[in-house]
Design a protein around this ligand. Structure first.
Ligand code: SF4
Length: 240
């Protein structure tokens, strides 16, 4: 015995969330709750850090995603990466997933029963990721996550506050690949998300070693930040 403390260390809250998320993803990979399990190559649970300020929810995996087991890896994924880069975010900083975790054959529209079977996984991910902003990509994700707010062409770029979390519908990047006229809208909507995060999140640490100035208000938390921090997670759970 060398006297060192060999008791197991308790996992941090982030570590516990990581483990729980991995357990959810393991269940998704073997899920047979709807008929899509029969035609998938593999399920696509999602990817990204936990927690994450930004969560992105699309419709369903496509051909490339089904092959690779990762979300948004085809041409639409490359466009999504570019849009994120333009607002100073990388894929490693956001959590990306879909309403459906398995590819519908021939990329057909999701069926309501399939989405209902799969939604508990998204709810569980949402609870662990604890995002401040959720980008809802495309009309199918919009119908499922913000039912009744209006069509994607009418409400894209608007914020819908739910339990202190900002949900923003955007066109799906795949739609912008087919109709280049939507690209400007998509870029403008992503810019709005950047502005929202800039107002909400604390400024980056200054590089200077000079004494830190006392912030206006004597260091009080900005109102928007307080609102997000005070959001009741159980309320958020009922939203999706
Ligand atoms: S789409 Fe969702 S509910 Fe259906 S088999 Fe895949 S993981 Fe399960």
């Amino acid at each position: 015995m060398d006297g060192s403390d060999e008791r197991p260390q308790a996992a941090s809250p982030e570590g516990q969330s990581d483990l729980e998320l991995e357990a959810v993803h393991a269940r998704i990979r073997v899920c047979t709750l709807c008929g899509l399990h029969a035609s998938r190559t593999q399920a696509v649970p999602g990817s990204g850090p936990v927690p994450a300020d930004v969560m992105i929810v699309g419709e369903a995996p496509g051909f490339n995603e089904d092959v690779q087991g990762l979300p948004f890896v085809g041409a639409a994924g490359r466009l999504l990466d570019t849009l994120l880069e333009q607002i100073g975010l990388s894929r490693q900083q956001v959590f990306i997933t879909n309403i459906l975790k398995c590819r519908p054959p021939q990329n057909r529209d999701p069926m309501p029963t399939e989405a209902e079977s799969c939604m508990p996984y998204l709810r569980h991910q949402f609870r662990l990721i604890r995002p401040k902003a959720v980008l809802v990509l495309g009309r199918h994700a919009l119908e499922r996550m913000l039912p009744g707010v209006g069509s994607i062409s009418r409400v894209h770029g608007e914020f819908f506050m739910r339990g202190g979390v900002a949900f923003m519908p955007c066109y799906h990047p795949a739609a912008a690949l087919h109709n280049g006229g939507l690209l400007n809208d998509l870029q403008r909507d992503f810019d709005r998300v950047r502005s929202y995060l800039d107002r909400l999140l604390p400024a980056p640490e200054p590089v200077s070693t000079a004494p830190e100035p006392i912030p206006p208000g004597g260091g009080q938390t900005p109102a928007a930040e307080t609102e997000a921090a005070a959001a009741d997670p159980t309320e958020q759970l009922t939203l999706l």
